[in-house]
Write a protein that binds this ligand. Structure first.
Ligand SMILES: [Zn+2]
Ligand SMILES: [Zn+2]
Length: 386
């Protein structure tokens, strides 16, 4: 009797063995879960704007269209969750979708009102930014990775997707804090390095000239910071977390230790600030780096052959994550391989890596919390196998 030996937990397992094609309740369940999480996030943001909203997004909350869209989102999530619950033995997605919708309804649904007032201060947790990010990226990358998959047998809910979603969640939620922690040190500590005529000249350049320049400069800084993270054992402990992903997709790119994010972003902003790029150029750069850093991890088979020496592509960065010996410490750039070509670390053969992950030293724990504390724990010497 498989029902009793597996028990009720099989109905709520994160990994599913049932078909995922149309008609099996998978697509409805997935959409229900995504919309339910998004709806709940928005309701929480409406209730607690002073704690949970990103400063720039607060202007949107007065719009009646936002509340109408939220209402539709919650209703659709509930209906799709119910359909999935009927069609599928594994109820995990339906429970997530319906559960989030009910919780959102209890908090007031699309009529939720703020208790305090939005205020202008910094919020510590940008739930709305997470929601927006999740909707945007999953709407782009989930279909893209289905249609043009490099590894077609790799599921959306591959092994360890929960860990990577946790990184995506935490790093989006902390966006305001991380922005302050990465921008402020550059502004305060390197003010002395600014030369008025240089910054004046850079700022007066048209935006179309500033953007390629800022990308080149930032990528050069990022290249050396990244390379140092690979070369210095203490720093490698933090960066090893990023390399511990053994399956590549857009979500795997989120797996970055907070120290890695703060140090890398913070040092990359130094030349940007010292050279005096305009705020508009900085905004475009911030958008570009988020988009390209996500894209180069994606499970897509496009090689962009004519651009292989100019633009960092998924193939280029997949080799950076390869566990094959010949690819170790190669391809450090995020935007353009020019720096790797110049400094002798470019590696891009006409095939794809066979395996990803850490090929040297010790491995890292599997959970988010374990990975957070792992680099600062004292490590006992590894016992020889056997
Ligand atoms: Zn790396
Ligand atoms: Zn990566």
């Amino acid at each position: 009797m498989p029902e009793t030996t597996q028990g009720p937990r099989a109905h709520l397992a994160l990994e599913t063995t049932e078909p995922t094609a149309f008609g099996y309740g998978f697509i409805s369940g997935l959409l229900s879960a995504i919309l339910g999480i998004a709806g709940l996030g928005l309701v929480l943001s409406l209730r607690f704007p002073e704690y949970l909203t990103q400063t720039d997004l607060r202007a949107l909350y007065a719009s009646p269209y936002l509340r109408a869209a939220l209402h539709v989102t919650l209703v659709v999530s509930f209906l799709l969750g119910s359909i999935s619950a009927v069609l599928r033995a594994n109820k995990t997605l339906a429970v997530i979708g319906i559960g989030c919708t009910l919780w959102a309804a209890l908090l007031g649904g699309s009529r939720a009102q703020a208790g305090g007032g939005a205020g202008d201060g910094l919020s510590w947790l940008a739930v709305d930014f997470f929601v927006l990010n999740l909707l945007l990226y999953s709407a782009i990358f989930v279909p893209l990775e289905r249609l043009f998959a490099l590894r077609a047998d790799q599921h959306v809910f591959r092994r360890q997707w929960v860990v990577d979603l946790t990184y995506f969640f935490v790093n989006s939620l902390l966006i305001e804090v991380l922005t302050i922690l990465t921008l402020k040190p550059a502004l305060i500590l390197f003010d002395w390095a600014r030369v008025a005529w240089v910054s004046g000249a850079v700022e007066s350049l048209p935006l179309v000239a500033q953007v390629p320049l800022i990308v080149l400069v930032a990528d050069l800084a990022q290249y050396w910071v990244h390379r140092t993270f690979h070369a210095v054992p203490l720093l490698w402990r933090f960066h090893a977390i990023h390399h511990s992903a053994e399956e590549m997709d857009w979500l795997a790119g989120s797996r970055l230790h907070l120290v890695d994010v703060i140090v890398t972003r913070g040092l990359t902003y130094v030349p940007i600030f010292v050279l005096g790029f305009s705020n508009a150029a900085l905004m475009v750069y911030v958008f570009l780096v988020a988009a390209q850093a996500t894209f180069i991890h994606a499970n897509v088979r496009w090689r962009f052959r004519p651009l292989r020496r100019v633009v960092a592509t998924p193939a280029f960065h997949h080799w950076h994550h390869s566990a094959d010996r010949e690819a170790v410490d190669r391809n450090f750039s995020v935007h353009t391989p020019i720096w790797d070509l110049l400094f002798g670390t470019y590696y891009l053969p006409d095939r794809w890596p066979t395996r990803y992950g850490i090929s040297r030293g010790r491995g890292v724990p599997e959970g988010w919390l374990g990975q957070l504390v792992d680099p600062i724990r004292r490590h006992a010497p590894k016992r020889p196998p056997g």
